[in-house]
Design a binder for this molecule. Structure first.
Ligand SMILES: Nc1ncnc2c1ncn2[C@@H]1O[C@H](COP(=O)(O)OP(=O)(O)O)[C@@H](O)[C@H]1O
Ligand SMILES: [Mg+2]
Length: 436
């Protein structure tokens, strides 16, 4: 069997020892697969970045680094979407990319780990795991952005998104005004907190209301539902987690930081809200730093079912580009995005905008009823689309703007124990369920 010699980047002293040369077995594909994928043989070799695995058609090394490829003019942005059915190795790929990128000097953040599967990865590189669960005493204030010109606007977007999710509807213009005014009041104290915003919604600032030609009673009425929506974070099932000053600051020197949400139960709305709040806290902290950083949204489909959260994420991504951040969005299927709205709707356009913001698209095996939607959403050609149901575990279609590869992700023996979610499922009988 052929082997491809892979020399990853030099490691930081004593950090991650997979810096040794890896010996990767060449991939073997069935003739059906090879025939189906013949058009890709024209793809150029890809050896910029950290090793990922073996190009199924050339047998050569496939490497990836969104920043290097962006600098080389291969990508229009560093963001990546990774889609595929459960159990195909999406998380394993994300974890390998994380470990190997850290060895190359990058930093990795996982703003929300609902299944608690990233802790071992952080442990392997001497990173930090922050566990959030009711009664844990750990609190993260999502309004604690690092400041800057857009801080007020991004806090307002976060609060509007949270209220829209808990109220199950979009906010009206007058409600957004009331929210903005209440946030301005809460910002007089540092740090602003969600409980201060809820208080200010209930008792609005009279002078600010007058300045907007409103009676204070009208402003209070405008803010009533929003206050009710935000109270879920103050008194409801998420109380104590996001409603006051943070008990934790981001360790900027840690190679990896994971926010473990596995203690939060299984209510989908609560989890989506918590994921939004933890990512807002993280994004606020990241704005202060520099350097090339991955932000990995594993299980992102939980967020993307809610248009308000898609909207917030999209504007956040626009800001992240300037900060050297590459976002990795992990989904099951592209119809997760369809759930936010019908074709032609504003919501749908937002979801499509988020995909357009990912110039690298990695597609793992898809169910046959998903093929058409996936091909349309990602602009796949017919041979690319026909390949999707045939892909074995660990193998994906990598679609870059100018070339496509089929890549078998090769796990290093030192990574296997760290990424094995099958073992976690065996250990916690019935646990670790992988929802719909
Ligand atoms: N490239 C690979 N080679 C060997 N095993 C793999 C590979 N990718 C994933 N696996 C194994 O498959 C299992 C499921 O992978 P996981 O990444 O959790 O799937 P997903 O996130 O797509 O649901 C894990 O136990 C992992 O060890
Ligand atoms: Mg996974």
């Amino acid at each position: 069997m052929n082997t491809a010699e892979v020399r990853p980047y030099r490691t930081r002293a004593g950090r991650y020892r997979a810096g040794r040369a890896l010996r990767l077995p060449a991939h073997r594909a069935s003739s059906a697969m090879l025939a189906g994928a013949y058009p890709f043989l024209a793809a150029a070799p890809s050896d910029i970045g950290v090793p990922v695995g073996v190009d199924a058609f050339t047998g050569g090394l496939f490497a990836f680094d969104p920043w290097a490829l962006y600098d080389a003019g291969e990508l229009t942005n560093p963001n990546v979407v990774l889609a595929g059915v459960i159990g195909q190795g999406k998380s394993a790929l994300a974890k390998s990319l994380a470990l190997r990128s850290i060895a190359a000097g990058r930093t990795v953040y996982v703003p929300a780990d609902p299944k608690g599967e990233w802790g071992p990865v952080a442990a392997a590189v001497g990173g930090t795991v922050v566990r959030l669960s009711p009664g844990s005493g750990t609190r993260l204030n999502p309004l604690e952005a690092a400041g800057g010109r857009d801080a007020h606007a991004s806090r307002a977007r976060l609060l509007a998104a949270v209220a829209a999710v808990t109220l199950h509807r979009e906010l009206r213009a007058a409600e957004l005004d009331a929210l903005d005014a209440a946030l301005t009041v809460a910002e007089r104290r540092h740090p602003a907190t969600i409980d201060a915003v809820v208080d200010a919604l209930a008792s609005p600032d009279a002078a600010a209301a007058r300045a907007d030609d409103l009676r204070v009673e009208t402003r209070a009425a405008d803010g009533r539902d929003v206050a009710h929506g935000l109270r879920r974070l103050v008194r409801g099932d998420l109380a104590g987690l996001f409603d006051g000053p943070s008990t934790h600051t981001l360790d900027a020197s840690a190679p990896m930081v994971v926010l473990d949400l596995s203690g939060l139960g299984s209510d989908e709305d609560a989890l989506a809200l918590a994921m939004t709040c933890t990512s807002a806290w993280l994004e606020g902290s990241l704005a202060a730093g520099t350097g090339k950083r991955w932000v990995v949204y594993d299980e992102a489909w939980r967020l993307l079912r809610q248009v308000a959260l898609v909207r917030r994420m999209q504007s956040q991504w626009k800001l992240s580009r300037a900060l050297g951040i590459a976002n990795l969005l992990v989904l099951h299927r592209l119809s997760d995005l369809d759930a936010v709205g019908a074709r032609g709707s504003e919501a749908r356009a937002l979801a499509e905008g988020l995909l357009a913001d990912c110039s690298t698209r990695i597609v793992y095996r898809q169910e046959s009823d998903q093929l058409a939607a996936t091909a349309t959403a990602l602009g796949l050609t017919k041979p690319e689309r026909d390949l999707l149901p045939l892909l074995p575990r660990g193998t994906g279609l990598w679609k870059l703007p100018r070339r496509t590869h089929v890549v078998h992700h090769v796990l290093h023996e030192a990574e296997v124990a760290v990424v094995d979610t099958d073992a976690a499922m065996r250990d916690t009988a019935g646990g670790g369920s992988d929802a719909p």
